[in-house]
Design a binder for this molecule. Structure first.
Ligand SMILES: [Zn+2]
Ligand SMILES: [Zn+2]
Length: 421
């Protein structure tokens, strides 16, 4: 009997997985520069955690949660996003008030599988706790920008918006509610539901044309910002300009979840179509920690979809090749010597492979060629008698003899030169 993977899941295989490797390694190099620490939380959580944090009326909770009862009848959900779990862990483990954390792992949404949307997908995210300063918001946007650049994404648009703080939120909600109620018959069912559930801000998020025609003329958050929010927004824009990070203000950007406050942002691409244009998104969520039972602690963060990033790279024809330095060609009589040399190379941090199948020299050379190694070390009868190995530069085709005792040193030298070239 043959098994198949579940609908909406995928196997990530070479050579595509090499792109994944590149994205993950480059991202973590940047995260290290920012002094951010890794946190790993379970993929399963109490279902109520997400209802409480993401919001009862959100699409994620209503339609997309991957949930089930376990053997004791408990309501379990596979995490649909990272923030809720990180906030839960932050509170539960009494982590230091000020801490910047990052995570990497699979998220799950029970959606209708379609191109670019799997039921299991991967995110790398950052959550920064304890700092209310707008400088932190800009630092987080710069971090996101640095990551996108480092993974090879150069063509994107940054959209930002300032949501109301506690002080200026009420007046805006009042005004927006009044406006939407006046136009309620034009709105889609989904949006009417949002109004009923008091998730009024999310009407601004709706992609339906008829709703867009209404929201296009809706009162703008910007006109209701208090002095402090306005000052923060101006400073953020100033800083982004100074950092030469291009951005667009999008007054309808509210993000799909309940918990956002303050500066929110999205990095989007036009490479994959409108249904899957978000590369990375996040924003400030100053109320969530308290709402989840913790102290009154400000926070901000973002999440980046690795699947989507890789898709964009692939769409741009970017391929990642495995970089191997050495292939050892040998025969059955010299197998043990060759094997020991292979391991010695690796002990010296030099990537190397060989073939244990006792193939002909010719087919081994072909394999070395396929693997695009830089050098081939040949260990045959002649070499063994003369206490040397033959070393072939695969780029130039030049071959030379290298004494056994200096092989490692010589390989190191040549690779160093190759890097300099
Ligand atoms: Zn305000
Ligand atoms: Zn709508």
């Amino acid at each position: 009997m043959k098994f198949q993977r579940l609908r909406g899941t995928k196997d990530i295989l070479p050579p595509e997985s090499l792109l994944w490797e590149k994205v993950i390694i480059n991202t973590f190099n940047i995260l290290k520069n920012y002094g951010i620490k890794l946190i790993i939380t379970p993929t399963i959580e109490d279902r109520n955690l997400f209802i409480r944090s993401i919001g009862e009326g959100t699409d994620i909770v209503i339609k997309e949660m991957y949930e089930f009862k376990d053997k004791k009848g408990r309501d379990i959900a596979l995490r649909p996003e990272g923030t809720a779990s990180i906030v839960r862990a932050y509170i539960e483990n009494s982590l230091p008030e000020k801490i910047d954390l990052c995570y990497l792992g699979p998220m799950f949404r029970y959606e209708k599988p379609q191109k670019g949307r799997n039921r299991e997908f991967y995110q790398i995210g950052v959550e920064s706790f304890g700092v209310a300063s707008i400088y932190k918001d800009v630092e987080i946007i710069k971090l996101a920008y640095d990551i996108l650049k480092a993974v090879g994404i150069n063509d994107f648009t940054l959209r930002i918006n300032m949501l109301n703080c506690k002080e200026c939120n009420t007046d805006y909600i009042k005004s927006l509610t009044k406006y939407l109620n006046k136009n309620i018959n034009t709105l889609c069912d989904n949006c009417r539901g949002k109004i009923e559930r008091n998730a009024i801000l999310r009407v601004l998020d709706c992609k339906e044309d008829k709703c867009r025609s209404i929201t296009a003329n809706a009162p703008l958050i910007k006109d209701f910002l208090c002095k402090k929010c306005m000052w923060n927004l101006d400073l953020a824009k100033d800083l982004l300009n100074n950092l030469k990070i291009p951005f667009k203000e999008d007054f309808h950007l509210v993000r799909g979840l309940d918990y956002y406050t303050g500066l929110v942002f999205e990095f989007i691409t036009d490479k994959l179509g409108p249904q899957q244009n978000t590369l990375l998104a996040g924003g400030r969520y100053d109320n969530l920690v308290k709402e989840m039972g913790g102290k009154d602690i400000p926070a901000t963060g973002f999440a980046m979809g690795i699947d989507r990033i890789v898709e964009v790279l692939a769409a741009e024809g970017i391929q990642e090749e495995q970089k191997l330095n050495i292939y050892i060609v040998s025969d059955s009589e010299r197998m043990q010597k060759a094997f020991l040399l292979l391991l010695k190379l690796r002990e010296n941090n030099i990537s190397a492979v060989m073939n244990f199948d006792n193939k002909s020299f010719k087919s081994q050379m072909r394999e070395a060629d396929d693997k695009k190694v830089k050098f081939v070390l040949i260990l045959g009868e002649e070499e063994e008698k003369g206490n040397f190995v033959s070393m072939k530069d695969m780029k130039t085709g030049e071959q030379k003899k290298v004494g056994n005792e200096i092989v490692i040193e010589e390989v190191k030298n040549l690779l160093a030169q190759d890097v300099i070239k």
